[in-house]
Write a protein that binds this ligand. Structure first.
Ligand code: FAD
Length: 431
């Protein structure tokens, strides 16, 4: 697809968040383009779970059934200490609150592939082009001039940055990106040695597979997660497992953990009597936990608008599987906010802009940022909790978790929070 010279909305970044935003905007019949500098290397599996609020969000763009079909629905997540059950997060307890009282285990690259297909069916495709390097508001043209690395230009009124944690769109808008609790900036590499590191890998195991095939298991002593997912290639029949191994501060994880590294770490952590043997490693990665939130998700430049969604607006620990979920909900919400803003502008006879109108975009920015603050805090709490593997903290944590399991209202409250339902209803659910 070739680069248009002008669009109403330009989406920069075609990860899951940019794709969902593009589909939402396209559904409203808006003139959009979605650009990305590189979609060839999207194999590294990152997120693996879609939570309830995200499924509800995906329903608004007709994408929920297909995600369920390609994923593995699960009633919950099991936490264990060694091989003993500590606590079940049970989403089925929410069956009166939602049409989808379950989570879906599905690799992020599968989610993206399905979204790309949908966008294509709607008559749009990702434009793979040199990266966006600059933009500014042009008073004469009354539009944002977006410049790519090869100096080609696209004009737009709404520039949506869904370009990930290192977002160029956010940086060029001079929007600070830091941990709201500590004030540490995302770019501050010195803090990395102080954080928790995770080794992640998609692997198959020699039989018997000792983990459950129908729900994720979080072993806490020491930290090891296994989320079973369907293989991406239909010919491959064996269950794949996304394993996550957490290490404490100051212990470096290699950038691409090898099979030997993963097997040795598994052997150290194996909660079962039998040995877990990795058969094949498909993808590996490392995640060094940092938390950061954009100071604002919306900035007006001239009469144009710069908006942020997804990792461009927030990054945090993967524990709890909230990152992609939060981003997809942002994407639906920003799509609605932009549509509402455009419609309100059109109904103004003189076509002028004003602060009343801007409240629509400001509303998006404030609501979603407030939710971002809550989710960052939740991810931090969960990360702390799962890495208390030594001394009295471990003992207290395990007792509290065991006891909590006897209180249905407490169990429901945890499911409510983890599922994203605790983040409040979406704009679409209000109208
Ligand atoms: C190793 C790892 C493990 C993770 N595990 C989990 C998990 O278990 N659960 C969970 O929920 N989340 C997890 N996450 C987080 C999750 O992957 C992200 O929240 C999600 O990818 C965010 O999607 P996004 O669309 O906002 O950004 P991204 O997926 O980062 O996509 C951004 C896109 O923008 C493009 N781009 C960037 N800059 C430019 C530019 N200047 N011009 C043009 N294009 C540009 C990039 O090429 C990219 O395609 C994990 C992340 C990592 C790295």
């Amino acid at each position: 697809m070739s680069l248009p010279s002008e669009v109403e909305v330009l989406v920069v970044g075609a990860g899951p968040v940019g794709l969902v935003a593009a589909i939402t905007l396209k559904k409203f019949g808006l003139n959009i383009a979605v650009v990305d500098r590189d979609i060839s290397n999207r194999n590294g599996s990152k997120a693996t779970v879609l939570h309830i609020r995200t499924l509800e969000a995906l329903e608004t763009i007709g994408m929920v059934n297909i995600m369920v079909e390609h994923g593995v629905p699960t009633n919950g997540i099991r936490f264990t200490g060694g091989s003993n059950k500590l606590f079940d997060v049970d989403f089925s307890l929410l069956n009166e609150q939602t049409a989808y009282p379950f989570a879906v285990m599905i690799p992020q690259q599968q989610v993206e592939a399905l979204l790309r297909k949908k966008l294509k069916e709607m008559g749009s495709e990702i434009i793979v082009c040199p990266e966006v390097t600059d933009y500014f508001y042009d008073d004469e043209k009354k539009a944002i001039r977006v410049v790519l690395a090869d100096q080609s230009v696209i004009w737009t009124q709404y520039l949506l940055g869904t370009d990930g944690g290192r977002s160029t769109i956010r940086k060029l808008a001079n929007i600070p990106f830091q941990d709201p609790q500590t004030g540490i900036a995302y770019e501050d590499k010195n803090s990395l040695g102080q954080t928790i590191h995770f080794a992640l890998a998609d692997v198959s195991f020699e039989e018997p597979l000792l983990f459950a095939r129908d729900y994720p298991t979080f072993c806490l002593d020491p930290f090891l997660v296994c989320t079973p997912v369907r293989p991406l290639i239909p010919q491959q029949t064996e269950t794949l497992c996304r394993i996550v191994l957490g290490t404490l501060k100051h212990i470096e994880v290699p950038q691409s953990p090898s099979k030997e590294y993963l097997q040795a770490e598994l052997d150290r952590r194996n909660p079962f009597k039998e040995r877990l043997v990795i058969k094949e490693v498909f993808i590996t990665s490392r995640y060094r936990v940092r938390a950061a939130l954009a100071e604002t998700y919306w900035k007006k430049i001239g009469n144009g608008h710069v908006l942020l969604a997804g990792d461009a607006a927030h990054v945090h620990s993967p524990v709890g599987g909230q990152g992609m979920n939060l981003g997809i909900c942002d994407a639906i919400e920003v799509g609605h906010a932009i549509r509402d803003h455009i419609e309100a502008k059109r109904t103004l006879s003189n076509g002028s802009e004003g602060s009343d109108l801007d409240r629509i975009l400001q509303g998006y920015a404030e609501e979603r940022r407030n939710i971002g603050v809550k989710v960052l805090a939740l991810a931090k709490r969960l990360t702390r909790m799962v890495t208390w593997n030594y001394g009295w903290r471990r003992v207290v944590r395990n007792v509290v978790m065991r006891v909590a399991g006897f209180f249905p209202s407490l169990k429901k409250a945890v499911a409510w929070r983890v599922s994203g339902l605790g983040n409040g209803v979406l704009r679409t659910q209000r109208t």
